[in-house]
Design a protein around this ligand. Structure first.
Ligand code: GLN
Length: 540
């Protein structure tokens, strides 16, 4: 059987959860025994999202191969077992860069270089390339943005041509649309969906399945109306209501609506029903956990839903692993600066300081780390969160009062965190940090080795600064433990404070490798420690 293709587009508004829909469909197809691959096309002109700030783009998701990608790829990895590489995220920036390089190299000699066919061919090449390299049964390609965006047009044209080339039962178009509830009228409205589908049809794309995002149930009459006006069979107008508890409900919701069946039928795929028993078990733990715990995430983008997406997800996975519901309290580091750590962090079972760049909120994070260390409050630091813990220990235990990272104070007398050697010559910004999966050796008898149950691990990185080895001895003498380092011993990867019930931080980003069905060991341990902290307090 040749590869089959699913294209997921979005209509009406952005933030509809297209990525979740694509990932959930991936879950269902994978659990029918198919090998799947997921791919995201982003129409913006940045070569990758690595240079965008979280207000623009939310989290930057890092892959094993060091690609800095769209956060939807995080959903793909969490929902499925597919292996993602930089081939799985294509932006207009990359497409144009390739086309312009080709032009300069004389590959189109004599021709006028145009959007059709040169840009659209380049987009199609990427789909073919993924099919060749993954040998997947089904490739799900999500087109970012909303139908009608000018910059999305070449992508829509490319998939139209692609579908024509592979033939009618080899490609299926799924359009995720919005059916708003208008309070004043007391009803759901289908007009935006009609218009969005009309827009697609104008450019030659006719969706086979409409996934209707809505707050209220989509009644039969409305489905009939959408079916009639949008030229989609009645049973292919499906409801995707807002979830009650968790995004991990979406695959089961789509299964109830038979989306996977519709896709398989359209693609002439004769495969068994998906086995979702393990997924239902995950959901049971999320909906009816035995216990609850409250975790503070101390950051500077706390008002943004998407800035620490993988971190929030990994915390929830830690909850699943402990049969425990987690209430995440988003703590503004600057509020700690104003109000003091004791007041703001009161009542939490543990705190997590995630990755970040730039000076804002740094002192608040340092105060949070100090409060956690001095009060036996479980602490998990990720990337910047490790650097914060280091600075805090230097200042308050080693009494190097002006210790800092050279990122924030280039003139500090005690640069306990300093730029990586390899970074000092880097001038270009995109894709130039220490990126991707790197091996890390764990020291015997440490909390890290106990949690991982292994001595060599691989974790993903995204940073320019590191622990300054000139200070290793002083830290070690004061009881600070370097429990993980690169196999050559040159870079510190994990630190811990062994006199504390759970105080550990990593230079890497463990959150990128956590899945609901494979919770990451650091998060599993963190939530267990937070639970223990809570019960110790109630007993005491
Ligand atoms: N800003 C820090 C560095 O570049 C931390 C990066 C991060 O947290 N991802 O090293």
């Amino acid at each position: 059987m040749g590869t089959k293709y699913v294209f997921v587009t979005g209509g009406v508004v952005s933030s509809l959860g297209k990525g979740l829909t694509a990932a959930s469909l991936g879950t269902l197809l994978e659990n029918r025994g198919l090998k799947i691959a997921l791919q995201k096309f982003d129409p913006y002109l940045n070569v990758d999202p690595g240079t965008m700030n979280p207000y623009q783009h939310g989290e930057v998701y890092v892959l094993d191969d060091g690609a800095e990608t769209d956060l939807d790829l995080g959903h793909y990895e969490r929902f499925t077992n597919c292996q993602l590489t930089r081939l799985n995220n294509l932006t207009s920036g990359q497409v144009y860069q390739t086309v312009l390089n080709n032009e300069r190299e004389g590959k189109y000699l004599g021709k006028t270089v145009q959007v059709i066919p040169h840009v659209t061919d380049e987009i199609q090449n990427r789909i073919h390339l993924l099919a060749e390299t993954t040998r997947a049964d089904v490739i799900i390609t999500e087109i970012g943005g909303t139908t009608g965006d000018i910059e999305g047009l070449p992508f829509l044209e490319a998939i139209r041509e692609f579908a024509l080339e592979v033939g009618p039962h080899n490609a299926v178009f799924v359009h995720v649309t919005y059916v708003p509830f208008i309070k004043a009228a007391g009803e759901l409205k289908t007009k935006p969906t009609q218009q969005s589908v009309a827009k697609l049809r104008e450019i030659g794309l006719a969706p086979h399945i409409l996934v209707c995002r809505c707050e209220k149930p989509l009644e039969k009459e409305l489905r009939q109306k959408i079916s009639l006006f949008c030229n989609v069979p009645f049973e292919a107008v499906v409801e995707e209501k807002d979830v009650d508890h968790s995004i991990y409900e979406v695959p089961l919701m789509l299964q109830r609506e038979r989306v996977d069946e519709l896709v398989c039928r359209q693609l002439r795929l004769d495969v068994p029903q998906p086995n979702m028993a393990h997924w239902q078990e995950i959901l049971r733990k999320i909906i009816a956990p035995q216990r609850r715990v409250r975790i503070g995430v101390v950051g500077k983008y706390i008002e943004l839903q998407d800035a620490y997406k993988s971190v929030y997800e990994a915390i929830n996975h830690g909850g699943i692993a402990n049969d425990c519901g987690v209430d995440i309290q988003k703590v503004d580091a600057e509020e700690i600066e104003r109000e003091g750590a004791a007041k703001v962090l009161h009542g939490l079972g543990g705190i997590l300081v995630p990755g970040g760049f730039g000076e804002r909120g740094i002192e608040g994070k340092i105060q949070a780390a100090r409060y956690a260390r001095e009060n036996g409050l479980p602490y998990l630091g990720l990337c910047l969160g490790m650097q914060i813990a280091t600075i805090e220990f230097a200042r308050h235990v080693l009494k190097l009062t002006r210790a800092h990272s050279t990122e924030f104070d280039p003139a500090t007398p005690h640069p306990v965190i300093a730029m990586l050697d390899e970074q000092t010559r880097v001038t270009r910004k995109g894709g130039t940090m220490r990126l991707g999966a790197q091996a890390c050796q764990l020291a015997v008898g440490t909390l890290a080795a106990r949690l991982y149950g292994a001595f060599v691990i691989k974790e993903r990185h995204r940073h320019r600064y590191e622990f300054n080895n000139a200070y290793r001895e002083r830290f070690a003498k004061a009881g600070f433990v370097f429990s993980g380092q690169t196999p050559d011993g040159k870079l510190v990867e994990i630190i811990e404070e062994p006199r504390h019930p759970f105080y550990i931080a990593s230079q890497f980003h463990p959150e990128f490798q956590s899945k609901p069905h494979q919770p990451h060991p650091l998060f599993r341990g963190f939530i267990a420690a937070a639970l223990a902290h809570g019960s110790a307090k109630t007993q005491g």
